[in-house]
Design a protein around this ligand. Structure first.
Ligand SMILES: Cc1cc2nc3c(=O)[nH]c(=O)nc-3n(C[C@H](O)[C@H](O)[C@H](O)COP(=O)(O)OP(=O)(O)OC[C@H]3O[C@@H](n4cnc5c(N)ncnc54)[C@H](O)[C@@H]3O)c2cc1C
Length: 530
């Protein structure tokens, strides 16, 4: 097959015009084109008056070799082989089934691969299965009644189950394709295989993660909910098992550890056990909300709302003169700002969308990078205490009931508390409290955001409009800790494979899932299939 890149089409194009474009690009007749398949579809909206779809297409044509001379142009190349390469099994003997801690993307994809290879993994997940978890999350949003073990971070599918389900990533790893294919096999829409910005949505994710769980079980694995791993057993620096809170222990000579970035008790347990941990940089800030319709018109002009464009989004970066940076993160078009707390006295925001992304507001996090020098001491878990300080301040500022501190951008820029809402209705539940963000974020974060907003407004006019809503605080953008692992993916305790975002090796659904696959491959390379 050949891959043709950079085929531009107007957004209203027909399938026939796409075929004509292929024929023109290859300078062939219609009967010479045997088959074609879209492998990437992106939107080029740099000129609002002339928005294009840009395609990469794999084609089968008669006598393909003649086209390979044109490779120098870069526009026609042999189609790369995207199939997943399985690793060979090792020789060491497993004393029991491998254990996977956590059923987020990292744990779930690690377990799925182990199950497909016949290793019969046992997944231990502290939270509940997805439909019970859904009810707990809904209750929290409606009433502020938080469940410490079943919330937006803990439970089947992990942190991303109630999210926008964006599958975009900055990593370039061939395993990304494998992750997308597994999602499609589990019921995700097939267009995620070629859209440049694929997403799943909070309404589709629960069924998808449940299907992956069922696949693991059908392949001989086990998935246990309400099983919080509270201790590790090791002998001669080799893992021998895990303790499960209130439920005894389980033997294991290989454990994939994928606890996500909010399992603070688990990270504290790892520290006490002597697992090598390092503090790492992450980011904190606020969520910003605008009207989605305004954003769509700003980005797409008169084409706003065209079904082929999808919901408009943005990505913004600002480098402050002092060295700090501010950036937009986890943009959720047509989405909601959500309460994402895990502790009874700490408030955390995040964002989610349904697949249709058809809500009234657009939101994204506006974050400023922080690093261990900001944390106050050099303890490996100092970043967690740093997060807690700001989460507790936000909780208190909102009224000690999970109402979020909220401020309009105009007031934030003028450094005065907000008194009344403007034209944008905030989406955060269970409620909010108009105030001044100064009181729940570090000065340097506030100052960097105050410098960034006018800069962002130049890129998207209206971005820093008076009525845009800021909701605080966003503190769990990525892990404040790295669980050190070597080139064989093992920690200083042999047989313990840290993986995913909480281990500090990924940020987001796709990279966490890929990291889970990499950890499972490392385990397979070492151990024989039982
Ligand atoms: C509201 C929200 C929206 C998001 N939106 C997006 C998005 O659109 N796109 C994107 O790419 N990323 C998004 N993210 C981030 C993404 O969800 C995470 O990067 C990803 O889930 C990390 O995967 P993980 O497997 O490493 O950890 P997690 O998904 O956090 O999973 C860890 C799992 O381990 C379990 N666990 C923890 N400790 C223990 C223990 N001791 N014993 C047993 N089980 C344990 C937890 O209950 C949890 O289920 C979002 C996150 C949130 C919270």
């Amino acid at each position: 097959m050949l891959r043709i890149r950079d085929i531009q089409q107007p957004i209203d194009h027909t399938p026939e015009s796409l075929v004509r474009a292929i024929l023109v690009k290859l300078k062939i007749r219609k009967d010479e084109l045997l088959d074609y398949r879209i492998v990437r579809q992106a939107v080029d909206a740099r000129k609002k008056m002339a928005i294009f779809l840009v395609y990469s297409i794999d084609v089968h044509v008669k006598n393909e070799k003649r086209f390979l001379d044109r490779r120098k142009s870069g526009a026609i190349v042999p189609a790369p082989n995207q199939s997943y390469h399985e690793v060979a099994s090792g020789r060491e003997t497993l004393s029991a089934s491998p254990v996977v801690i956590g059923s987020g993307p990292a744990g779930l994809f690690a377990a799925l691969l182990l199950a497909r290879r016949g290793y019969r993994p046992i997944v231990l997940e502290r939270g509940k299965e997805v439909s019970e978890r859904y009810r707990d999350v809904e209750r929290f949003w409606a009433s502020g009644e938080l469940s410490g073990e079943s919330n937006l971070h803990f439970g089947e599918g992990g942190a991303g189950t109630f999210s926008d389900g964006k599958l975009t990533t900055l990593i370039h790893d061939p395993r990304c394709r494998k992750v997308l294919e597994e999602f499609v096999a589990a019921g995700a829409p097939a267009d995620i295989l070629y859209l440049s910005k694929p997403h799943l949505g909070s309404d589709r994710l629960p069924a998808i993660v449940k299907t992956i769980r069922q696949a693991i079980i059908a392949l001989g694995g086990e998935v246990h909910f309400n099983c919080c791993v509270s201790g590790l057993k090791a002998k001669d620096n080799q893992i021998t098992g895990v303790d499960i809170s209130g439920q005894g222990s389980m033997e294991a000579s290989a454990v994939i550890l994928a606890p996500g970035n909010s399992a603070r008790d688990t990270l504290a347990m790892l520290f006490k056990t002597g697992v090598n941990l390092h503090a790492k940089p992450f980011s904190i800030g606020v969520r910003i909300e605008h009207e989605q319709q305004w954003l769509a018109e700003t980005q797409y002009g008169s084409s706003a709302g065209h079904p082929r464009l999808g919901a408009a989004d943005y990505k913004l970066v600002f480098h402050a003169p002092g060295g700090r940076s501010a950036y937009s993160f986890c943009m959720c078009p047509g989405g909601l700002v959500v309460a994402a707390a895990t502790e009874a006295d700490g408030l955390v925001t995040n964002g989610m969308s349904l697949y249709a992304r058809n809500g009234t507001n657009a939101n994204s996090a506006l974050l400023v990078g922080v690093d261990p020098a900001d944390f106050g001491n050099d303890h490996p878990l100092a970043g967690i205490e740093f997060q807690r300080i700001w989460e507790r301040k936000a909780f208190a500022l909102g009224g000690n009931n999970f109402f979020a501190p909220l401020q309009l951008v105009g007031d934030f820029l003028a450094n005065r508390p907000s008194k009344v809402l403007g034209s944008i209705e905030p989406t955060y539940r269970p409620g909010w409290c108009l105030t001044n963000m100064n009181d729940c974020l570090p000065d340097y974060v506030i100052e960097t955001l105050r410098s960034a907003l006018p800069f962002f407004d130049k890129q998207i006019p209206g971005f820093a409009s008076h009525d845009a809503v800021l909701t605080g605080v966003e503190t769990r953008s990525s892990s404040p800790v790295r669980i050190v692992r070597d080139e064989c993916f093992e920690s200083n305790i042999r047989g313990l494979y840290p993986a995913g975002e909480g281990a500090g090796y990924a940020g987001g659904i796709m990279s966490s899932a890929v990291d889970g696959l990499r950890a499972a491959e490392a385990l397979i390379r070492k151990f024989a299939c039982p």
